[in-house]
Design a protein around this ligand. Structure first.
Ligand SMILES: [Zn+2]
Length: 322
């Protein structure tokens, strides 16, 4: 059997607005995704929005956004109001919502999409006139700017005002909460965005295994362009303190199972060249030296990587086409 060739022509544009899982409120998980050569974005999680749009704008990520008709607007405002078409939220924890709450008074009407538990959490705990004005369209005295859209798990659903569809699958995120993975497709090509999750073995669930079963055929058919997965902690982080998160060691352990599903006879080749973006790294606060969690995670991923996976660690305000 020949190894899978992954020289796929680009089908998507991806811009990081925030890449970390804690501490710095101006750099929390949020990513824009659009079909290639389009600027109709969805925003995958929204931990940091405006600060990320500013960094992305300064880095030239929005060079293709036409500005002639809006001379009095900055590009980040134009992107937020006119080009972000929907928010897809993996779970209702604040490191995935903070930016959305902050920009909401300056935003335009659009859907907030997620699994029912997430949408209920946003309605009941965030947009409720206690934490923040009710910018949603349900609950007490709703302003109605955001339309809640609950996904049925495993059902492919169109994302309004874009040419993309989404299918959501549950992920285990500690005993007390669930998170979601979003499988996005456009023109027969796919991207998988995974929210926070712990290893199946620690969570004592099979949510990652179930997700791998869903995507294995797409990898075999060479139609999956990228996976985003979290690596919150370094390998030495105590297992009993993972709180529904992953480390490099657990990521590779999990990908080896995926490789076996994709090519049972040749698992070492099955994921070679697959692009995997690492998200949600939790910085470490040490008075003695600058935080190097990111470098350690990068080194540990490289040292465990016996599958030839193409791991990508990016900073805030990075544009990728894949
Ligand atoms: Zn998180």
């Amino acid at each position: 059997m020949k190894p899978v060739m992954r020289n796929l022509p680009p089908k998507f544009v991806w811009i990081s607005l925030g890449v970390e899982g804690g501490i710095n409120e101006s750099n929390l998980n949020a990513y824009l995704l659009a079909p290639y050569q389009s600027s109709d974005f969805i925003c995958l999680d929204a931990g940091t929005l405006f600060a990320g749009l500013q960094v992305a704008a300064n880095n030239g990520c929005f060079h293709d956004i036409p500005m002639q008709d809006q001379p009095d607007q900055c590009v980040e405002s134009v992107v937020l109001k006119s080009h972000v078409k929907a928010y897809l939220i993996s779970h209702s924890f604040l490191d995935h919502l903070h930016g959305l709450v902050s920009v909401s008074p300056n935003d335009t009407p659009k859907p907030i999409i997620g699994l029912p538990e997430t949408i209920d959490g946003i309605r009941d705990s965030i947009f409720n006139w206690v934490s923040w004005p009710n910018m949603g369209n349900e609950g007490k005295n709703p302003v109605g700017q955001y339309q809640y859209q609950r996904l049925s798990e495993g059902r492919r659903t169109p994302i309004e005002n874009t040419s993309m569809h989404v299918e959501a699958l549950s992920l285990a995120h500690s005993n007390s909460a669930d998170s979601a993975a979003f499988l996005i497709d456009h023109d027969g090509h796919y991207v998988l965005y995974m929210g926070d999750t712990g290893p199946d073995e620690v969570e004592q669930r099979t949510t990652t295994e179930d997700l791998w079963k869903r995507i294995a055929p797409l990898i075999r058919e060479n139609r999956l362009h990228m996976i985003t997965i979290e690596a919150s902690f370094v390998d030495s982080h105590p297992e009993e303190l993972l709180f529904g998160h992953l480390t490099p060691k657990w990521i590779l352990k999990s990908f080896r199972k995926l490789a076996l599903m994709v090519e049972p006879n040749q698992p070492q080749q099955a994921l070679a060249g697959l692009k995997v973006v690492i998200a949600h790294i939790k910085p470490c606060l040490l008075a003695s030296k600058p935080d190097n969690t990111r470098q350690i995670i990068e080194q540990q991923l490289a040292s465990h990587n016996d599958l030839g996976i193409h791991f990508i660690l990016v900073s805030q305000g990075t544009r990728l086409e894949f």
